[in-house]
Ligand binder design. Structure first.
Ligand SMILES: O=C(O)C(=O)C[C@]1(C(=O)O)C=C[C@@H](O)C=C1
Length: 208
């Protein structure tokens, strides 16, 4: 792309984020911009979001990593190679996917806050010692991770199933838009680890 935007998707994301910032999107602590520099201020009356997190939470933003993982790890797992030329619609879908992933991963802040409140006696010394490994061990729940991976595979097989009528030969053979095993693997390899990364980063600032 000519100008300073780099790729077309960067142009679409930057410009859309600027419009959404004016509409107050990033006043919501659950939303994180991919290009936080130079965003215009909100032009809508402020909404009173409940203050649940430590204010330092605003400094935790792993969207750079999410961007890299989305384009370089996730898309190659299931997107057919080639060029259909429909760039604007594709970039719009990319932005939707990126925003959903970002919201899910940054929910780690809220999860970490709940864990801290439940078990602050264990978390506090590790935070003061800036002991990332202990924090990671404390917040990790392998059984929950296993259940999450199973659940997303099931959801992908239910909601991502191609619906066919009148083709009896194929009736019993489900076809999926995205292989459920790929979704499960993507969660195990990237979504959950990035969520945990957010949790640790947030906890390190929890006593600021
Ligand atoms: O549910 C939790 O306890 C979380 O911290 C979230 C999550 C996840 O990303 O799904 C991350 C870490 C845990 O090991 C289990 C699950």
């Amino acid at each position: 792309m000519p100008g300073s935007y780099g790729s077309l998707v960067e142009l679409v994301v930057k410009q859309t984020e600027a419009v959404q910032a004016k509409a107050g999107r990033y006043e919501n602590p659950e939303e994180h911009p991919f290009f936080p520099d130079d965003l215009p201020p909100s032009q809508v009356p402020p909404h009173k979001y409940p203050r649940v997190l430590n204010p330092a939470a605003v400094f935790v933003n792993v969207n750079k990593k999410i961007w890299d993982v989305y384009f370089n790890k996730l898309l190659p797992l299931f997107v057919a190679p080639g060029d259909d030329g429909i760039y604007a619609s594709t970039a719009a879908r990319d932005l939707e996917c990126l925003q959903v992933l970002s919201r899910r991963i940054h929910y780690g802040k809220l999860v970490a806050e709940v864990k801290f409140r439940d078990e602050w006696k264990h978390y506090e010394p590790a935070i003061r010692a800036r002991d990332k490994k202990t924090l990671m061990d404390l917040l990790t729940a392998p059984a929950v991770e296993k259940a999450v991976k199973k659940r997303v595979a099931k959801k992908a097989s239910i909601f991502g199933q191609e619906v066919k009528v009148g083709d009896d030969s194929d009736e019993n053979k489900a076809k999926y838009k995205v292989d459920p095993a790929v979704v499960s693997r993507f969660y195990g390899d990237w979504v959950i680890p990035l969520t945990k990364d957010v949790e640790v980063q947030y906890l390190l600032h929890r006593l600021d």
